[in-house]
Design a protein around this ligand. Structure first.
Ligand SMILES: NC(=O)c1ccc[n+]([C@@H]2O[C@H](COP(=O)([O-])OP(=O)(O)OC[C@H]3O[C@@H](n4cnc5c(N)ncnc54)[C@H](O)[C@@H]3O)[C@@H](O)[C@H]2O)c1
Length: 389
């Protein structure tokens, strides 16, 4: 359905839209970028030029390629100028009503065959598509930040999306050199759902006083092999983004206690201590400030790491159990989307289902909270002595 000649439109020239435009243009497509803010368009054009110049300096691309990418991208200031597009990816503000209005307007302008995609992180694709006369052509194409560097893209068909739209969109994004996974239209899709315990269980351990922040981060890095600890990562993402994602996922799951946000993070948000970008979050980033030392107690570290890991495995198993995505796609998503050191379901096999169940049962028995309920799939695999792979 799509060819090299397919014209890609991007709506929103912010962090995500400008990156997506660069990826599509680098793959050889003509790209038209629209934003309703002139200054955002100007900024995106300047950023694109400097980002390409840096790539030339680092010898990642040639001068000819730089020229070609620049020639492929056109910045426009009216929606009407997207009329020739074969695919349009929307990356505007995360607001359902605004997105619906834009999709409705788009349908009046584009060709019958144009595919309309949203890069939303937390809204339902089905609800965006419901604003359209032809919801079958609407799909989720979810890039990660920054789109030029992160290999993962989640492809999310809504309830009404046509199968050929899903398969051709997936093939197109694969041809852009990305790793695509197919996900059911459910809150958080794969990554923003399965990764929740990485933050929330760490916050719980901290709130209970089992360990301090540097020790939890140390355990996840040194013992778990994660690139960053949960608190370092939350500070880097920013609590305005990370907390809101948690709260949105929790609300969309009808307040399932598994996804309940933590008050300690909410308080940071309320205080404007957003993390690295504001100079302070769980850690202090002001020049000259000292990071407290971790208590490098191996036994405690192992306990912290195991607790967080089994909660991650439990969520990955539940995501598979509820047929949100395949085992391979869940594992790919977590290694390519958030750089986990190992695939979670493979990790479960390595630890042994019996061991995972034992750890989760201990948490469930102790806390007597629904938050620690064990995925039926883990129980099934345990009874049947079955591995994920
Ligand atoms: N930032 C991330 O880490 C990330 C990751 C994945 C997905 N997303 C999703 O991508 C989308 C964009 O996020 P972002 O971080 O690039 O936002 P951003 O604020 O950097 O950029 C949004 C851009 O959209 C423009 N815009 C707003 N309303 C518009 C409208 N009605 N018509 C045209 N342009 C409009 C703004 O001027 C702005 O330039 C959101 O849906 C977000 O959930 C963000």
């Amino acid at each position: 359905m799509f060819t090299k000649k397919s014209v890609t439109g991007v709506i929103g020239s912010g962090a995500m839209g400008s990156g997506i435009a660069q990826v599509a243009a680098t793959a050889g497509h003509k790209v038209i970028v629209y934003d309703n803010s002139e200054s955002a368009l100007q900024k995106a054009e300047n950023n694109l030029k400097s980002s390409l110049t840096k790539l030339v300096e680092k010898q990642k691309i040639t001068r000819d390629q730089q020229t070609q990418v620049l020639m492929n991208i056109r910045f426009v200031s009216t929606l009407q100028q997207l009329s020739e597009c074969d695919l349009i990816i929307e990356a505007i503000v995360e607001n359902l009503d605004v997105k619906k209005t834009v999709f409705k307007e788009l349908e009046k302008i584009v060709k019958e065959t144009c595919v309309l995609a949203s890069n939303t992180s937390s809204l339902s694709i089905t609800s965006i598509a419901a604003a359209c006369e032809k919801p079958g052509r609407v799909i989720g194409i979810h890039f990660f930040n920054p789109p030029t560097l992160m290999p993962l893209v989640e492809i999310i068909p809504g309830v009404a999306s046509l199968e050929n739209i899903t398969t051709s969109s997936k093939a197109l994004i694969d041809s852009w050199g990305k790793v695509t996974v197919r996900v059911k239209d459910t809150p958080g899709f794969i990554v923003n759902r399965v990764a929740r315990p990485f933050y929330s269980e760490a916050l719980r351990i901290y709130e209970e006083g089992i360990a301090d922040i540097p020790t939890i981060d140390w355990a996840m890095k040194e013992i778990g092999g994660f690139k960053m600890g949960p608190f370092e990562l939350m500070d880097m993402i920013g609590h305005d983004v990370n907390y809101i994602v948690t709260e949105t996922v929790w609300k969309q799951f009808y307040y399932d206690p598994k996804f309940k946000p933590a008050l300690s993070q909410k308080r940071l948000l309320e205080a404007g201590l957003l993390g690295k970008k504001s100079g302070k979050g769980f850690y202090d980033y002001t020049p000259g400030s000292q990071t407290p030392e971790a208590t490098k107690n191996k036994e405690l570290g192992q306990q912290i790491f195991t607790r967080i890991l089994v909660m991650l495995i439990n969520e990955a198993a539940d995501t598979l159990y509820l047929k949100v995505a395949s085992a391979e796609d869940i594992d790919l998503a977590m290694t390519k989307g958030v750089n986990y050191p190992k695939s979670l379901l493979k990790w479960a096999d390595e630890l042994g289902i019996e061991n995972v169940i034992k750890q989760l049962t201990a948490l469930k028995d102790f806390y007597e909270e629904d938050r620690y309920r064990i995925s039926p799939l883990l129980k099934q695999n345990f009874i049947l002595k079955k591995a994920f792979y």
